[in-house]
Ligand binder design. Structure first.
Ligand code: DGL
Length: 251
């Protein structure tokens, strides 16, 4: 019987989403694949992101997953429609910057959307902006994925880079910051430090809830034993260790 839920990301970001899914559905069996060797995807051209995402997702499909989570805003923007067309029978959950809840939580100030270059330039985000784009400032999180991937998310260097990117808006009334990349929840503390009064939004809980309801709809839930997590990477052993460390850090 098909039993695994596949999680894909360009790297370590998807672990932040897996953590939330495992928190609300601890009885499921998960397989996570991070394409760490090729991260970051964000600065790459669309065709390259599509080819890398296709190859990564294929590894999970080869394991006959019962559902797939594209735990990456960038890969979702570039490839979710294609994989959905190719596998109409498979429950697939993608991600997008949580601009909608941030838009409704506004109280006269700005909404900053911090995401990768690709997420902000592809048409999925354009459509989101058409609906919820009032007073939105999109900011490319230059260098942030690299800091997380190299195990420096909680370093002074990461705090400095976040400050450098967000400082131009520090004097504005910023009501909320959308963490539009799954790598950014590890940087929450640095982001909040720049905007102490702002509410931070990310798509992790919404994605986990969507997965749960899709599994229920398809009669695919497992609830009779403790689940397992298998970690895979195109990187090395030290990357696997970092995945587990970040998973524990999120507890
Ligand atoms: N974690 C990914 C996202 O949510 C992308 C990071 C990258 O590889 O640029 O967009």
């Amino acid at each position: 019987m098909k039993d695994l839920i596949g999680f894909f990301d360009s790297g370590l970001g998807g672990i932040s989403v897996l953590h939330e899914a495992h928190r609300i559905m601890p009885n499921e069996n998960y397989i996570f694949f991070g394409d760490n060797k090729n991260a970051p995807y964000g600065p790459r051209p669309l065709e390259e992101i599509r080819a890398l995402t296709a190859a990564g997702i294929q590894r999970l499909l080869d394991r006959e997953v019962k559902a797939l989570v594209i735990a990456c805003n960038t890969a979702t923007s570039a490839y979710a429609e294609i994989v959905r067309e190719q596998h109409p029978e498979l429950p697939i959950v993608g991600m997008e910057p949580a601009l909608k809840p941030a838009h409704y939580a506004r109280h006269g100030g700005k909404v900053i959307v911090l995401a990768t270059d690709a997420t902000l330039r592809l048409s999925k985000f354009e459509r989101l902006m058409e609906r919820y784009g009032d007073d939105v400032i999109p900011v490319v999180g230059e260098g942030l994925v690299e800091l997380v991937e190299s195990g420096r998310a909680h370093s002074q260097e990461a705090a400095d880079q976040v400050r450098k990117l967000l400082r131009p808006y520090a004097d504005m009334q910023v009501d909320s910051v959308v963490l539009g990349c799954t790598h950014y929840p590890y940087l929450r503390g640095h982001i909040q430090a720049v905007f102490p009064g702002a509410q931070l939004f990310d798509g992790r809980d919404g994605t986990a809830m969507r997965l749960k309801s899709l599994l229920e709809e398809h009669g695919l839930t497992s609830d009779d034993r403790p689940g397992t997590i298998e970690y895979q990477t195109s990187g090395g052993e030290e990357t696997l260790a970092l995945m587990k460390r970040l998973m524990a850090w999120l507890d």
